[in-house]
Each structure stands twice: as C-alpha cells, then as structure tokens.
Design a protein around this ligand. Structure first.
Ligand code: SF4
Length: 328
C-alpha cells in the first residue's frame, strides 16, 4: 500500500474580471493521479501556475478538492472533518519557498520549535529544551541559535529552521514547495543534501515541488511533469532525464543550464503559457509544441503507460527526443 495515493484530483476556481472575465472558471488541477511510497521522493515539476502548489494544498486539505480522493495510509482525507484531520496534520508537514514569511518574527527559534512539541504533547515539559537543541543540531544549527529571532538568520539558516519545525512533529510525509528557489546555488546544494540525509535517517517521503528540472534531478526517485493542471509525463528520474517522451519535458530539459563550457546554451521554453481560463483545443501544449499536427489540435491525448510504468500524454511520444540537447 502506498503512503499517499492521489486519485483523479480536480480543483477549479472562479476568477476575477482581470483573468478572462468575471465568473470564468479556471481549472487549476485536472484529474491528477499519482502515488508516493514510504521513503520515496516524487518531484512535481512545471512552470508557475501549472497547478503543482494547488496539488500540495489539496493533499494538506488546506483547500478542498472538487472531486477525487487523497488516500494517506489508506484513509481518504477528503472525507474528514477538521477535527478528524488533526492527527494527519502532524503526519503531513509542509516546507515553503519563503521560510521568512512562515516564521513568526516575534518568536525566538526556541519558541518556534517548542510550540508544536507542546501542542501535540510530544515530549514531557522538562525535555522540551533538549529536544529543541536536538532538532537544531539535526539541521546543522546549534544551541547558540535557540534564543535568536528569525530576522537574525540568513535565508539558508531560516530554511533550516523551517525544516526543523517540520521535523519536530515526526511526520511521515513532507511537501516541500519550492524549498530552495529563493536561495543561492551553493546554499541550495546544502539544503538539498540536508533533506536527503534527513530522509535516510527518518524514512521520510517527500513531494518535492519545483519549477524547473535542474533543482530536483538529484533528489527525486520519480518525477511527474505538470502542464496547465494536468500530469503530462510521469516516470523514474533516470528515464525522464535520459529518455523524455513528452515535448514539454524535452523543452524543460533543454532549459536546464549545464556546467560544461562546450555544452550548448540552455534553450528557454518558447511561447507563452496559455490561459487556464481559456485553454487551447485538443492537446493544451500544441501552440508551443514543435511536433504538433492536426490530430493534436483536435484531440486531447490521454495519459497512458508507454511501457515500464512510463506514463505520457502525447499522440507522438515516439518522435520525442529529436530536439533534445543531449547531456554528456
Ligand atoms: Fe505535442 Fe501533439 Fe504531443 Fe501535444 S500531443 S505534446 S501537441 S505532439
């Protein structure tokens, strides 16, 4: 049984007049399904507005899905009341892109980390300080940091505090929403390494949300690529990087910078993301796709297994790779 099983999740919103007319309906997440095993990392990647963060919020039940199921350890979270959901809130934690906005500036690090321990009655009062120091050390900080406020830390250190707070409640699943996007490259690597170490120590599962494939390459076991609310490709990370079968994945891979002076320059994705209020006919990617033909303009391709659990939504997946800038 997977730790997390998402089935046919769908979420739409009514938009304001600035987004295609008053009352227009925007489908943010459209029939999304995937599973996540204990100890596994699933990367969820796509340009901004593709529905990946909404998917994270639907799993956390921060937003309610219009339809579909979110099975966590075989319990459907979409059917639970706020009270029934409480124990699951402990088991599913979120790490955000901007740790500064998610850390209370009036609380010391000690208070930030003590709070969940007290609320969930996880350790006796006399052991709280020891546990706070243990959490700080787990994320590469020290006891010296416990009486400081979040504004006294660098971006990387604040993200470490955010990770410690998530760990405090001993979760099984962490949804990491762009956790390193706001950090310098060298700090990104440190945080990614830390997340991997913690995963091994605690057998954590991660849903790792990112807007490009560069960040998640080394942390993901499998990767799901989202475009305009739909998963368009899902497979293991190695296969996705070596043998993408969807033109959008191919374009995302070509946009990844490579640290090799002889490698061709990264190619930015061409064309604008279509409005989700008024998406294109047929395959949503056809206005930006170099392989598109009449079939694509008229018929939406279903997500199907093209072999070895490699799921792709493309009429011409066998042609994909012609434009891929191969990495050495
Ligand atoms: Fe491109 Fe057609 Fe595949 Fe869509 S179905 S990604 S337009 S080739």
């Amino acid at each position: 049984m997977p730790l997390l099983q998402i089935e046919n999740l769908r979420k739409s919103f009514r938009t304001s007049s600035t987004l295609g007319g008053s009352g227009a309906r925007l489908v943010a997440v459209n029939d999304v399904s995937f599973t996540l095993e204990q100890g596994e990392t699933l990367g969820l990647v796509g340009e901004s507005g593709c529905g990946k963060s909404t998917t994270g919020k639907l799993i956390m039940q921060l937003q309610k899905a219009d339809q579909g199921r979110v099975l966590f350890n075989d319990t459907d979270l979409t059917t639970l009341s706020a009270r029934q959901m409480r124990p699951f809130r402990r088991q599913i934690q979120m790490i955000f892109q901007d740790p500064f906005s998610s850390l209370n500036p009036r609380m010391t690090v000690s208070s930030i980390l003590s709070e969940p321990l007290i609320i969930h009655k996880l350790v006796p009062a006399r052991q709280i300080r020891d546990r706070v120091i243990e959490l700080l050390e787990k994320v590469g900080l020290t006891a010296e940091h416990e009486q400081r406020y979040s504004h006294e830390f660098s971006g990387g250190q604040r993200q470490r505090i955010g990770i410690a707070r998530a760990l405090a409640v001993e979760p099984q699943l962490i949804i990491a929403d762009e956790p390193v996007s706001a950090l310098d490259l060298s700090v990104q690597a440190q945080i990614l390494n830390l997340l991997q170490e913690l995963q091994q120590q605690h057998n954590l599962s991660y849903l790792f949300i990112a807007h490009d494939l560069a960040v998640i390459e080394h942390v993901s076991d499998r990767i799901a690529v989202m475009y305009l609310g739909n998963i368009v490709e899902l497979t293991d990370a190695e296969t996705l990087y070596k043998n993408p079968r969807h033109p959008y994945t191919e374009a995302l891979l070509n946009a990844v910078p490579v640290a090799d002076p002889d490698h061709p320059r990264p190619a930015p994705l061409s064309g604008e993301i279509p409005s989700p209020v008024n998406p294109p006919s047929g395959c949503y990617f056809h206005p930006r796709c170099p392989y598109a033909d009449q079939l694509c303009r008229e018929h939406s391709p279903p997500l199907t297994d093209s072999g070895d659990k490699h799921l792709v939504a493309c009429h011409h997946s066998e042609q994909v790779g012609q434009y891929l800038i191969r990495r050495r």
